[in-house]
Design a protein around this ligand. Structure first.
Ligand code: AHR
Length: 502
């Protein structure tokens, strides 16, 4: 069937000589009857850290600020974050988490101590603490995901945090929460135990996976006494399989997700084609880490199911340096982002959680200046495209397209990537065209679904170097078109596309 239809539709353009203006020919096969897994909304998560101007001046300006705010939360940022419907937001770090003492961040703000934060060498005013985080995350409509201090903190301190957040009892920390004006528990289900403890840059780092595993056991043992129902994310390492095996061997019955972080360190000198090749390596690496975890579970008889939490990921440019870690990402980074989100959709069954690092001002999706200006990056626009559909089934989608060679990865990379979600009676195609200059004419073949209309939204800009800046915030926009679906979708060069077929 595929061949018969394909031959009829494309033979004329194959037979005529290709000109410089002809689009690249590609095909996408979607088997709507072949479900890979359910879509996990958790892959559209975000990450905010006490670092640079992410929390302070980004999310929190304080109730007395001249900047428009609701109860101290910066209004334009709040609305922008709501716009990408994050299912969960990880906090308070990052490196910051490994020296954060949560009890300094509760109670009357004027009495909270201003302390030195050794993670980033910055001053921490403690104006934004657990209660502010929970209020903000609920206003955004997300679930909380708290990372406890397993660097220079103690299991007891972490267990007190769980009690403060989740207990309905008549005990000290549950009562304290009520006294502070929160009668109902915060019901924080997801807890990270430590951050990047494999790295010597981390306060309280561990010398090997076994030390981290033992520390994890100590923490979880005490945290679960305060609330046995919580789910745990433990520290994994993206480049050290031995670390991950030790974590599973020693602590495998104590956690539900292994945390993996990946930044693609890049520069504006890097060849665009190499940057947008990286999501293929990321996808393969996540699969390899998951396999290592499953082999270790089998080898050491670990019964608990363990999946991955890809809870920090992004590109990182040299300009993003402490103390602010800010950068202005461009359309090429949006293409990278769309490709990672496609990969995460496909991996939804084994990597159900992912958090983009970070949401505001630090390696940011959203740039928010003290003078009230705001810019939504092309990466943000890509999240907006994807976050519209958070429930459904991932079905098999296979793209065939011309390819190129990435020198950096030393491999052949297809120009077109495809992922598909069946949801609410529509088929949602997520199509990325990596090509820097050519559009792609994609013939779409679908088994088990016959759509008649296409609603097509895309992010492309006019060049891979286009950006939305504070001075020029609307250069790159989401474009839209609706048309009768005749089996063809045209993808602009360097574009991320969400096509709803109904
Ligand atoms: O996101 C910035 C930093 O990168 C985080 O604090 C840390 O976890 C990672 O190394």
């Amino acid at each position: 069937m595929f061949l018969a239809r394909g031959a009829g539709a494309v033979s004329s353009s194959y037979l005529t000589a290709k000109t410089a203006h002809d689009p690249m020919e590609a095909r996408v096969f979607v088997d709507s009857l072949s479900k890979l897994s359910s879509l996990s909304s958790g892959i559209y998560g975000q990450f905010i850290e006490h670092l640079g101007k992410c929390i302070y001046d980004g999310i929190w300006v304080g109730p007395n600020s001249k900047t428009a705010n609701v109860k101290g939360f910066r209004l334009d940022v709040l609305e922008a974050v709501k716009g990408i419907k994050p299912p969960l937001v990880r906090w308070p770090g990052g490196n910051f988490a490994s020296s954060y003492h949560w009890e300094e961040g509760i109670g009357p703000r004027e009495r909270r101590p201003r302390v030195f934060g050794p993670a980033w060498g910055a001053e921490e005013p403690n104006e934004f603490g657990t209660c502010e985080y929970i209020e903000w995350v609920r206003m955004v409509g997300a679930e909380p995901f708290i990372v406890v201090n397993a660097g220079n903190g103690s299991p007891e301190e972490a267990a007190r945090w769980v009690e403060f957040c989740n207990s309905r009892g008549n005990t000290r920390y549950a009562r304290l929460r009520r006294e502070l004006g929160y009668p109902e528990p915060f019901s924080v289900k997801l807890w990270g135990v430590g951050n990047e403890l494999y790295g010597r840059w981390q306060v309280g780092f561990c010398v090997d996976g076994e030390e981290c595993a033992r520390r994890t056991v100590e923490f979880v043992n005490q945290m679960k006494r305060a609330d046995p129902s919580i789910k745990i994310v433990a520290v994994g390492c993206d480049y050290d399989p031995g670390w991950n095996v030790d974590m599973v061997r020693v602590a495998g019955e104590y956690f539900d997700y292994l945390s993996i972080h990946r930044y693609v360190f890049t520069s504006h000198q890097k060849r665009y084609e190499d940057l947008v090749a990286w999501p293929i390596a990321i996808e393969e690496d996540l699969v390899a880490i998951y396999r290592t975890v499953q082999m270790a579970r089998a080898r050491y008889h670990v019964k608990r199911e363990i999946k991955l939490a890809f809870d920090e990921w992004n590109v990182w440019y040299p300009e993003a340096q402490p103390p602010l870690l800010t950068q202005v990402t461009r359309v090429k980074d949006a293409v990278f982002t769309g490709l990672v989100l496609n990969a995460l959709q496909r991996l939804s069954g084994i990597v159900p959680i992912a958090c983009f690092a970070q949401t505001v001002n630090v390696l940011p999706l959203i740039l928010a200046e003290d003078d009230g200006r705001i810019a939504l990056t092309p990466q943000y626009l890509v999240f907006k495209l994807y976050a519209e559909v958070q429930k459904g089934d991932i079905v098999r989608a296979t793209a065939f397209s011309p390819s190129y060679h990435s020198g950096e990865l030393d491999r052949v990379i297809p120009y077109v990537d495809a992922s598909a979600v069946l949801a609410g009676g529509s088929l949602h195609l997520y199509l990325v065209n990596r090509h820097p200059d050519e559009s792609a004419r994609v013939e779409v073949f679908i088994r088990g679904f016959t759509p008649s209309t296409a609603r097509h939204e895309w992010v492309a800009g006019s060049s891979v170097e286009d950006a939305n800046t504070l001075d020029d915030p609307n250069r790159v926009k989401i474009e839209r078109a609706e048309y009768p679906f005749k089996g063809i979708v045209e993808l602009p060069p360097h574009s991320v596309n969400a096509v709803t077929l109904s």
